[in-house]
Design a protein. Structure first.
Lengths: 267, 267
């Protein structure tokens, strides 16, 4: 099945390297702005349609202005296409009150053909040790309160217990381990992982702080096997009103499929 | 004192946002190509001269073609200047046999004013537990063999023992902990850290493999205190002929000053 994310991040090619869409309110946060991972998925999908290699392996995005539901374009440029790798850039733009285009997000991404070489993994990581998805406390999706942000109805998380911040008692420990699944039951594609790594609430909520992403780089390492994904999130360092957040994602077969790091403003 | 890196990465402004320099062979690798961290420092320093905020806090670079000693330009663009952050892009270009400009490196970086807010750090990291610099085995700098790459004479590393690969016996464990100092005795600036995180040999050499950087993102978190820096490098994941490498850097006061992650091609 084609998932909600793929539907809502698909674009129409309206010119040389130019793609148009209406950003969907289904991926909105509490205040109406759109989730950063959704913006990244939109820009990356448009760029993927232009670059002559199938699999994004690294994507790096700077978030410049809030993205809002409604008309947007993605302006892409293929920068270099080599034998093993191809690189392009994309700008997600929306329109000011004066009708002028303004950059919302800038993306640079490099693509490869993962099927052209064996995985032959050498891996020092290990996925979180979690009970099965259905044995966990599930939150989000249809279980999200009616007042919850729209994006929280698109995804389902599962963990032995709710995060401290969600119970009104921030734990003081900015780490989390949980299952991730799309609420519509679709399986995540390689490209979808660019959303997944920014799809959960920031773990600095467990320090009693909010957060707004400045820059995010994600490595997309393997097309995920079907089924829910296991995620580990940690913020190791806050200083000068900025913090990093690392996310690792493993598929149902235990393969590391994505690693991300973001720098974000503390609110 | 002004260090060799600052001297060799300084540019002349020759037009609106355009900077010129001759890339120095002093930062060359074995095969004459230039070290990636040096390229990054060049592009970031030129961009820093254009952006109306003093401190780069995140820089993200894609390495498109080999950089060679000789004429180069950095073409910069300030993308957004806000109250707390300012973002710009830079392209390091050199010239093909036909005289045409070709992108060597593309950079996007965001700047802040670190002195405008207290550090107030919250830190889960801890620096490597190393004997004092001078109690370690020192390599590089004046101790580098006459046949060593020029860049290895610019830097000094210190660790209890040489890496396995340097003794002709790759350890099989892609991790390293070591001291870093510039061979000329200069102290690293915040911007210099963008070189430091790509200034050491890749740890996949201890798996018997070579490496070529595709994309590198570095968070620059604190102006380093004077003195040598402690570094930890690890490659956690290789697959499909690509690997990541994470580097963390602490200053002499024990503060985490930089974190980087790169995706690189295995050779």
């Amino acid at each position: 099945m084609i998932g909600e994310l793929e539907i809502d991040s698909s674009t129409e090619r309206v010119g040389e390297g130019v793609h148009a869409l209406s950003l969907s309110p289904r991926w909105g946060l509490d205040d109406g702005r759109l989730n950063g991972g959704y913006q990244l998925a939109v820009a990356l999908r448009a760029l993927a349609a232009e670059v002559p290699m199938p699999d994004p392996v690294v994507a790096s995005a700077t978030f410049l202005r809030p993205a809002m539901p409604g008309p947007a374009r993605v302006r892409t440029e293929v920068v270099r296409a080599g034998r093993r790798l191809a690189t392009g850039t994309a700008r997600l733009v929306q329109y000011g009150a004066d009708g002028a285009e303004r950059d919302v997000l800038r993306l640079e991404a490099t693509f490869a053909d993962l099927a052209a070489s064996p995985a032959d993994p050498h891996d020092l990581t290990s996925p979180p040790d979690l009970p099965p998805f259905d044995a966990c406390r599930v939150f989000g999706g249809d279980d999200a309160p009616a007042t919850a942000a729209p994006v929280s109805r698109r995804v389902r998380f599962a963990a032995p217990e709710l995060p401290g911040w969600a119970r009104g008692a921030p734990s003081g420990d900015p780490r989390a381990e949980f299952w991730f699944a799309f609420a519509d039951g679709s399986d995540a594609t390689l490209l979808d992982l660019a959303f997944v790594v920014d799809g959960a609430a920031p773990v600095v909520l467990d320090l009693g702080r909010g957060s707004s992403t400045v820059q995010l780089t994600v490595h997309l390492r393997e097309r995920p096997a079907p089924g829910p994904l296991r995620c580990r999130t940690v913020t190791q360092h806050l200083a000068h009103g900025l913090h990093e957040e690392d996310v690792e994602v493993w598929d149902s077969a235990g393969a590391l499929v994505a690693q991300s790091r973001q720098l974000a403003l503390l609110l």
